[in-house]
Design a protein around this ligand. Structure first.
Ligand SMILES: NC(=O)c1ccc[n+]([C@@H]2O[C@H](COP(=O)([O-])OP(=O)(O)OC[C@H]3O[C@@H](n4cnc5c(N)ncnc54)[C@H](OP(=O)(O)O)[C@@H]3O)[C@@H](O)[C@H]2O)c1
Length: 288
């Protein structure tokens, strides 16, 4: 790809620690090129200590838009000018838009996740029971969107149970009628009631050794779907086991594309070329 960078080129980027796993540069640069936009997307490795400085640099350097990834999605909220209502309720931000020096945070993760899940598997959360492994920034967004889509029960199961309880309490205050629980990772009895199991922990990620979350999925009903939001590798140890046991599986690639497409639309005001973004992400995974 020939890059045409000039004095007018607008910059978008991603801040994360680690950030090596990201496929967003390939996806967004392919989309900018497809729509002939004078824009460029680059990754920045930003540690927690450097996050305040990096956020100030968005204004100082006139950066148009930023994606926020692991582990900054919650801590970034205190550093920007305003947070959109939905992201405030979720308690996590994955996309920042710089409008003439005013930094506004959004969260497109849960919406993108649900769009991908429904599109690829036909799963409708309404009246269904979901178990979410993990209670981090992305779990917040996914749980919020599942409950908004009237899931009958959501169980947050996390290594650090206090974090699962904190998320449960936040969600109960938004959805007082909903059935929301919290637990540690010892959840074999609860899994027997689940229609959908989602891994939102970073276990399974290549850089973290590609581990299987410490849960026994043998009690899952055969019709339950198993979903993993980790996208590198696409087929995590959890998904490989679930598929071998006959479950329908859902990889993290669709979420990556759908959340990115929503961010692209916030930055550019243009409809995202979703198929081009999807192809760029697949190509990038294959090149790895
Ligand atoms: N497909 C996509 O588009 C997409 C979008 C966003 C994120 N992701 C992926 O989702 C993952 C989570 O991202 P995040 O931003 O939500 O991260 P985060 O806020 O840092 O949360 C990480 C979660 O993983 C758990 N965890 C980490 N190491 C663990 C271990 N050794 N054993 C058990 N649990 C462990 C943490 O549990 P504790 O609370 O006990 O520490 C926490 O619940 C990352 O792999 C990220 O790449 C994918």
């Amino acid at each position: 790809m020939t890059l045409r960078i000039s004095g007018t080129t607008k910059l978008c980027c991603i801040f994360g620690d680690p950030v090596e796993q990201t496929l967003s540069p390939q996806m967004h640069n392919a989309a900018f090129k497809a729509l002939s936009l004078d824009m460029l997307y680059v990754p920045f490795h930003v540690t927690p200590d450097d996050l305040p400085t990096a956020i100030n640099a968005i204004k100082a350097m006139g950066i148009s838009g930023v994606n926020i990834t692991i582990p900054h999605k919650q801590s970034v909220m205190a550093l920007i000018d305003e947070v959109d209502e939905q992201a405030r309720l979720i308690g996590s931000v994955n996309t920042i838009v710089n409008r003439d020096g005013l930094l506004t945070g959004y969260n497109t993760d849960g919406q993108g996740y649900l769009k991908s899940l429904t599109g690829e598997t036909g799963f409708d959360p309404h009246d269904n029971s979901v178990v979410i492994l993990g209670a981090g920034g992305t779990a917040r967004s996914i749980a919020y969107n599942l409950l908004k889509a009237t899931a009958s029960r959501v169980l947050i199961a996390n290594r650090t149970i206090e974090k699962a309880e904190a998320l449960r309490n936040d969600l109960r205050s938004i959805f007082p009628e909903a059935h929301i629980d919290a637990s540690g990772l010892n959840i074999a009895p609860e899994l027997s009631q689940a229609d959908l199991l989602i891994n939102t922990t970073s276990l399974g990620m290549m850089g973290k050794g590609g581990a299987h979350p410490p849960v026994d999925i043998s009690t899952l009903p055969p019709a339950a779907i198993v979903s993993d939001i980790v996208f590198k590798p696409l087929y995590t140890p959890l998904l490989i086991e679930a598929e071998a046991k006959g479950h329908k599986i859902h990889t993290g690639l669709g979420m990556l594309v759908c959340q990115g497409a929503l961010g692209f639309e916030l930055w550019t005001g243009r409809e995202a070329p979703v198929e081009i973004m999807h192809k760029a992400a697949v190509d990038a995974l294959e090149d790895d």
